[in-house]
Every structure is written in structure tokens, then in C-alpha cells.
Design a protein around this ligand. Structure first.
Ligand code: ADP
Length: 316
């Protein structure tokens, strides 16, 4: 009789997580120290690396006249990836049309043989993500200050029939005076009418509105209101309200709690409760959020000192 041979354990194939989506983020060597925009006859000099994302490298650059910009560099090699091409398209077409003091100013874009370059307003104080990491939590007046500016940005975007769809701490940049500059329009979309709905699932998982994940009828501007609610909670509490990595079920979105011992005003709790409702039709619009007592409260700093990046300011 044939003896049953012990089956050798088949080795697990070592497939990279996203083999078919292999992407090429531009390397430092692929970005020249002196970059020529031959179309506009301009020259940019690399000053330093500001950061690297999953898609681009961003440099602080200087012109001959001494103007400073953030230069976002995307390798043309990465554009064989459909998602990246779509992201770049949104950044250029939609971001390029946005003109508002609370939105990172998109100056220009150009290319050379190897790369595409986006010339952006520079935000030297990084984003709310770094600020929150250093501070752990922000005070209510500071959060009101940031929220008002973000609501201003969103009201403008929505008035232009655009949905941002990726509002999160790391996309809220801070200028030299710690004013908000909303950036990264790589997932944004244009809605031709207020009733139009988008069906593509996109965004950053923790900030995704329930209707994007579970809705059958698509989503609209209300997804940005949801993300603002997540941002509001996160800035005040120092952590995300939902643990959606545990489960992708809708009921997860219904329950969140505030940590014991953290004192928050009833107004801000009420605003969070009004925003974080799964049904987008019951969620307030941006103008409605602007009218909420938490936002309308007179305890609003005129500006934030630079020290607020690392320590809680005493605001009078
Ligand atoms: P990706 O699209 O790949 O996610 P990002 O837009 O996040 O790239 O940019 C990569 C890095 O560059 C980030 O760390 C971000 O902090 C920095 N950055 C992006 N835009 C600016 C800007 N306008 N000013 C300063 N830093 C920026």
C-alpha cells in the first residue's frame, strides 16, 4: 500500500501587498537641484525636502527673485498606475481652479522629461497632524479658530460644486501665521448639481463617511461635513472617535464616547453629535454648522502664537 506521504507545507507565495499596483515615488536623485520650467522660462532652486507622500516628494524651492514655494514632484513613471494618474488629474484640474485664502494656492504646473511639477504655496508649519502629535489635544478656542477657517474653505469649495473627499489632519496645512490652508485635492470631485452623487469609494479609511462605504445612493458634499466632524473630535480628544479597522459594519459609526475626565463643553458635544450621524440627509450643511453655538461662541482667538505648535497658549 502506498503510505500517505506527509504533504510538504506549501510555502506562502511572497507577493508584495500591491504587486499589480507597483508605484514609483520619485527619488531625490531624480529631482535636479536646479529645475527649469521651460514653458514659463522660470528656474527653481531646491532648498530642502519638505516631505514625502505615497505619491510625491515635496521640496522647498526658491526662485532667483527669492520667492519660496513648495514644489511637489511626481515621477512620470508612476503615472502608468491608473489611480495615480487620476489623482494627479484632480490635483491639476480641480486644485488649479481653487482660489481662496484658506486653500493652498496652486501657482502652476509644468513638466520635464522625467517628472511633473506642481508649484504650490509653501506652508512651513506643516499640518495639523504634526501639531496634534506635539500637543496631544487642542483647547476649544483653538479648535474653534481652526474649524471656522476650515468651514470657510469648505463653504467655498462646495459653492464651486467641488467635494474634497479627503479632509483629514495631514491635509490641513498651516501657514506662517498658523492659519489654515486646505490642500491635497487628489481625491476631490466635481458635482454638476447639488443632487448629483458620486459612487466611487475613496478617501482615508478613518475619515470615510458611512454613505461612502455602505451607501447605495452615492455621496455628495455631506462627506466633507462628516470628515470635519471626525477632525473636530480628534483635535479635542486626541484620538479618533471610531475604531473602524475592527469592523466595517455600519453600527460602529453610531457609538462613540468621550474619555472620562476630559471636560468638554456641552456645545461642542452637541455639534459632534449632530455631525456624526450616519444618514447624510440628517447631517447639517456647512452653513448650518457655521450657525452652531460652538462655532458662534465669542471665545475666539484673533490669531494663534507660533508657540501653539508645541504648547497650549494662554489665550486672552
Ligand atoms: P502625496 O500626494 O504623495 O500624499 P503630499 O501632498 O502628502 O503627497 O506631500 C508630501 C509631503 O509634502 C507631506 O509630508 C506634506 O507635509 C508636504 N507638503 C505637501 N504640500 C506642502 C505645502 N504646500 N507646503 C509644505 N509642505 C507640503
Amino acid at each position: 500500500t502506498l503510505r500517505q506521504q506527509p504533504q510538504p507545507q506549501r510555502p506562502k507565495p511572497k507577493v508584495p501587498a500591491k504587486a499589480s499596483n507597483k508605484i514609483h515615488v520619485v527619488t531625490d536623485e531624480e529631482v535636479p537641484d536646479v529645475i527649469h520650467d521651460v514653458y514659463h522660462n522660470r528656474t527653481y532652486y531646491k532648498v530642502e525636502l519638505l516631505g514625502e507622500g505615497g505619491f510625491a516628494r515635496c521640496y522647498q524651492v526658491r526662485t532667483k527673485a527669492g520667492e519660496m514655494y513648495a514644489l511637489k514632484v511626481v515621477s512620470k513613471k508612476s503615472l502608468s498606475n491608473v489611480k495615480f494618474l487620476a489623482k494627479l488629474h484632480c490635483e491639476i484640474i480641480i486644485h488649479g481652479q481653487m482660489q481662496h485664502r484658506r486653500i493652498v494656492y496652486f501657482h502652476d504646473c509644468f513638466e520635464d522629461d522625467a517628472n511633473i511639477y506642481l508649484v504650490l504655496e509653501i506652508c512651513r508649519n506643516k499640518s495639523l497632524a504634526e501639531m496634534l502629535r506635539a500637543r496631544r489635544r487642542l483647547s476649544e478656542p483653538e479648535v474653534r479658530f481652526f474649524m471656522l477657517q476650515l468651514l470657510d474653505a469648505c463653504e467655498y469649495i462646495h459653492s464651486q460644486q467641488v467635494v474634497h473627499r479627503d479632509i483629514k489632519l495631514s491635509n490641513v496645512f498651516l501657514d506662517d501665521d498658523l492659519n489654515v490652508k486646505l490642500g491635497d485635492f487628489g481625491l476631490s470631485a466635481i458635482l454638476k448639481t447639488y443632487e448629483e452623487r458620486k459612487k466611487t469609494v475613496c478617501g482615508t479609511p478613518n475619515y470615510l463617511a458611512p454613505e461612502v462605504l455602505f451607501g447605495k445612493d452615492g455621496h455628495n458634499q455631506k462627506v466633507d461635513v462628516w470628515s470635519l466632524g471626525i477632525l473636530l473630535y480628534t483635535l479635542l480628544v486626541g484620538k479618533h472617535p471610531f475604531r473602524i479597522r475592527d469592523s466595517k459594519e455600519l453600527f460602529r459609526y453610531i457609538k462613540y464616547t468621550f474619555p472620562e475626565g476630559l471636560s468638554l463643553s456641552s456645545d461642542v458635544k452637541d455639534l459632534i453629535a449632530k455631525i456624526l450621524v450616519p444618514n447624510p440627509d440628517e447631517r447639517p450643511t456647512i452653513p448650518e454648522v457655521l450657525q452652531h453655538p460652538f462655532i458662534q461662541n465669542a471665545d475666539l482667538p484673533t490669531h494663534l502664537p507660533h508657540s501653539a505648535l508645541t504648547t497650549c497658549p494662554s489665550l486672552d
